[in-house]
Design a protein around this ligand. Structure first.
Ligand SMILES: [Zn+2]
Length: 254
């Protein structure tokens, strides 16, 4: 299985528009972060987790030419705002399957009413097939099985996903024990680490590292990164041996 980090930034993306923060002004490509998403593929299959406002650019950069479905972590705009840009995939393939918590599907139906509309649909609008997902109940994606698990983003219950030896968590603040059990000693763990200072709804770096120690994965990658975490090159130096800062267009094999 191949995992391509399409975006590794926090909600505004890095650089932030108009910001003069040194990280936003950095010329290191690893300090430029689109909104958070990964492309997961294996022979004959291709899925993304989340579909934020940078989706079109991410699909062009990664060279993704077919999409079997979108797995959503939650409804916030930085994870969902790119849904209209599934159009090229829809024109070639037909309805695109989406997998999400029922609450998230309802939210998308409100915000993208024209995509879910069944009668008098505007020609050219894309369509999706909605697949409600429940935490801890495995479901099929292609010839593999995915399992969603609960993660608390502040008080909001969102999903992390496990697919084979790969676990993906973003926007985490608290991880219930049941979810921890599901991903213990996974090969590759991706988990969010917003910044150095604590935040009400997100792991900071120390919380992410403490959680990684509990999971004890083969290796871990940090994502959903703010400019306030610091320069990629400097932060990477202080991380434990098997922990890496993810960056846009990093590709790993599991
Ligand atoms: Zn987010």
């Amino acid at each position: 299985m191949n995992v391509w980090f399409l975006g590794t930034g926090t909600s505004q993306g890095i650089p932030i528009i108009g910001s003069t923060h040194p990280v936003c002004l950095s010329s290191d490509p690893k300090d430029k972060r689109l909104r958070v998403s990964v492309w997961i593929s294996w022979p004959g299959h291709s899925f993304v987790i989340d579909c934020g406002p940078d989706f079109r650019q991410q699909m062009l950069t990664s060279g993704c030419t077919a999409l079997d479905g979108i797995l959503y972590t939650h409804e916030h705009s930085d994870h969902t705002a790119g849904l209209d840009d599934i159009r090229p995939f829809f024109f070639r393939q037909g309805n695109i399957p989406i997998y999400a918590h029922n609450r998230v599907i309802n939210n998308l139906q409100k915000r993208f009413e024209y995509i879910f509309q069944e009668e008098n649909k505007y020609p050219g609008a894309p369509s999706v097939n909605s697949n409600p997902v429940e935490a801890y109940k495995p479901f099929a994606i292609g010839n593999k099985t995915a399992t969603a698990f609960t993660v608390l983003h502040g008080s909001l219950e969102i999903f992390g996903y496990r697919i084979d030896g790969f676990a993906y968590i973003t926007d985490a603040k608290i991880i219930p024990d049941e979810s921890l059990e599901l991903i213990k000693e996974v090969d590759v763990l991706v988990v969010s680490a917003l910044r150095i200072e604590p935040h009400e709804n997100h792991f900071n770096l120390q919380e992410a590292l403490d959680f990684i120690a509990l999971v004890n994965p083969g290796r871990a990658y940090l994502t959903h990164i703010s400019h306030m975490l610091g320069f990629h090159e400097e932060v990477q130096k202080i991380l434990p041996e098997n922990v890496f800062l993810a960056y846009d267009n990093l590709e790993i094999t599991i």
